[in-house]
Design a protein around this ligand. Sequence first.
Ligand code: AMP
Length: 377
Amino acid sequence: MTRSDGVRVPLGGTIGILGGGQLGRMSAMAAARLGFRTHVFAPEADSPGMQVATSHTVAAYDDVAALHRFADAVDIVTFEFENVPAATLEALEGRATCRPGIRALSICQDRLAEKRFLEEAGVRVAPWREVRTESDLHAALAEIGLPAVLKTTRMGYDGRGQAVIREPGDAAPAFARLAPKPLILEAFVPFAAEISAIAARGVTGEVAVYDAIENRHRHHILDLSFAPARLSAEASALARDNAARVAEALDLVGVVALEMFLLPDGSVLGNEIAPRPHNSGHWTMDACLCGQFEQHVRAVAGLPLGNPARHADAVMRNLVGPEGLEAWPGLVAQRGVVAHWYGKEEARTGRKLGHANRLLPLGSLRELSDTEALGGL
Ligand code: AMP
């Protein structure tokens, strides 16, 4: 039994959310619908999450006194990002039940721990080596071969902290750019598609898994998700099974996303875990009976999980600054599109401002070209 087992948030009780971004905002909105209050803790005033939460604290993540007051004011604490500083977790330890727990967060903060964890959970991953020195890198390249990807083990997201090594001469500059941070070298995966699957696990250990999704990126940021991914039945089952394994092996209470590579031969490799609602799951809000945010709230509050079944096919487009702001009036006017805006003040380049879900009849996506599936998105 983990320490968090058993706690239930009563109707009208308060879910504390660490982080003020759009994931916390959409979790808070789902929580309100189920009769819970939310308290968002983040350093930025007027954050997207604070705009919709019942209450909030504006304080730094290492403000121990503020964290103690926050922990005392809520029934449970959840996180909308996994790179929660160790000092924050220490301040919460023993004062609040955290879902996900500290172990799940720490695995997902470190690519080496994450790779080892995936292998132990029975999820195949690309060959990888730990790299601390330049000679480690040369030894790893000799074993793994070219091309390969060198990554920082911590704080990398949306393609940051990465370098592709295509030829031997790329190795030294890549190392110089990313060192002295701890690094990992991975084989470059010649993927046919990038896919993901989202699983939820409740306090009793029940697991609910959404259909696998195909994801397309632009400038390293998620651009489109196609739900369901147009995969063979075997690959789709494997992707979903991998996500469920991860939720179980993490002993998670909450939602977890597993990003994967689909290989041309139909096999699947795990890449990255996010122990929280995920951008590639935004389509579930409108195309499933219970979307990922409601599912996350249900799990952390100790409610039974909702039904993840899809009642429509969907394409999700991320609205990224500055173009997303220009696209908004057209999207919000479209029938068949459900548009979501996050309330961010500045439409800076690369910033996720909102998303739009185009709903399609169940089972129709497989027959459509990408252009047809996108329609006016
Ligand atoms: P990550 O931060 O690990 O999610 O990587 C960001 C993006 O870089 C992924 O979505 C892929 O498009 C690409 N990428 C990461 N690792 C690899 C790899 N080992 N092989 C090929 N592409 C990769």
